[in-house]
Design a protein around this ligand. Structure first.
Ligand code: PLP
Length: 375
């Protein structure tokens, strides 16, 4: 048996076939404290919504509603507090954003795929593009692709483009007749004004770009991060027109969102306090995390370059460049050993000197900082 400090084998990925993600180590750590390897909300799962999902388990001998209601309307009302009835039929829920990512890439006309405008971003889009036989273009090259996926804010780099910057970028960088998928999973962290800077609010722009240039713009959300329910699987997609939504629904597996997940969604959108606490606490704890990392880095600075930190101050993680592959590897190993796993920048992202560290409560962050004292 491993001792409490020794992690057992955590290789759960079929690395030749599947895309690596964080969030898998916790189950294998006998001394597990907190998961710093995923970008979920530091507040944990909202209590009332969790209870609603628990209650819904008692009806698991029935099929979930085929129209995803009333959860879909509740989410529509949350996304578009005014006029949601006009938009609801462009919204589709999925078994995590991952299902919808694959659905929209699979349904797009064949050709090229490009990530942009960041040089590294969440990899599931590329995985789906590759398995669907698309030619992958270099993110920094000048070639225009017919399918472009933009993760905004970008996981893992923490870069962000305002909606006006994004509109300009799309008009300048996407081919006519193209498809654009914008992932706004992390955009909710922006603050109480997040809706005003969201592409979901740009109905006129979406309609016009489709009419004038035949560019189809979709907006995807993973709800498993902001509402910390990665095991429940909840995502959604806003389509440019109702017809686009019908086309996705046609190839979607029926009942892909289960009863407890729908019940969770229907309840969680009512929890205003949870989001207010999120917007208040995340930037404070994030700034404290960076200060503490700077403290660690300063101890070693006589011999090494200081570490560097990336990402907007309101986000739920820090993308940190430890400036040395060996140090980053050791940081990942020490964190895991202490029961506080972080996400290495190496698998998938190919940034071996980087680690991605989730923002967590100070007490849990203490454990991580302590584990890195002797880096
Ligand atoms: C930016 C982004 N989009 C989508 C996903 C997929 O999320 P899920 O399938 O859990 O909803 C993730 C998960 O890490 C993510 O970071």
């Amino acid at each position: 048996m491993p001792t409490s400090a020794e992690p057992v084998n955590t290789t759960v990925w079929d690395t030749k076939t599947q895309q690596f993600h964080g969030g898998q180590d916790w189950k294998f750590l006998n001394n597990f404290v907190e998961d710093f390897s995923v970008t979920t909300n530091l507040l944990g799962t909202p209590a009332k919504a969790l209870q609603a999902a628990r209650d819904a388990i008692t009806t698991c001998h029935h099929y979930p509603p085929a129209n995803q209601e009333p959860a879909k309307s509740s989410l529509a009302e949350w996304i578009w507090p005014r006029g949601w009835e006009m938009h609801r039929d462009r919204l589709l829920l999925g078994n995590g954003a991952s299902e919808l990512i694959d659905l929209v890439i699979r349904s797009s006309p064949g050709g090229t795929w490009k990530a942009g405008p960041w040089d590294v971003q969440y990899k599931e889009y590329q995985r789906s593009a590759e398995t669907n036989g698309r030619d992958i273009l270099c993110p920094k090259g000048d070639d225009k692709a017919n399918v472009v996926c933009i993760v905004n804010p970008c996981n893992p780099t923490g870069d962000y483009k305002s909606v006006e910057e994004l509109k300009t970028w799309i008009l300048e960088n996407v081919q006519d007749n193209g498809v654009v998928v914008i992932d706004e999973s992390m955009q909710i962290w922006l603050g109480p004004h997040f809706r005003e800077d969201s592409m979901t609010a740009q109905t006129e722009f979406l309609e016009q770009t489709y009419r004038q240039r035949n560019i189809s713009i979709y907006v995807i959300h993973s709800w498993t991060k902001i509402w910390s329910c990665t095991g429940l699987r909840l995502g959604s997609i806003v389509c440019p027109t109702v017809d686009h939504c019908v086309a996705l629904k046609r190839i979607q597996v029926p009942w892909s969102v289960n009863g407890p997940a729908l019940a969770f969604m229907d309840e969680v959108v009512r929890d205003k306090q949870y989001l207010e606490d999120t917007w208040r606490l995340t930037p404070i704890y994030r700034a404290q995390l960076i200060e503490r990392l700077k403290g660690l880095s300063a101890q070693k600075a006589q011999h090494n370059q200081p570490w560097e930190y990336f990402g907007k101050p309101y986000l739920s993680w820090v993308w940190a460049d430890l400036k040395s592959e060996a140090v980053a590897e050791r940081a990942v190993a020490l964190a895991k050993q202490a029961g506080v796993p972080v996400r290495s920048g190496k698998p998938g992202y190919d940034r071996p000197t980087f680690v991605r560290i989730a923002v967590r409560e100070p007490k849990q962050t203490d454990v991580l900082i302590n584990a890195w004292k002797d880096l």
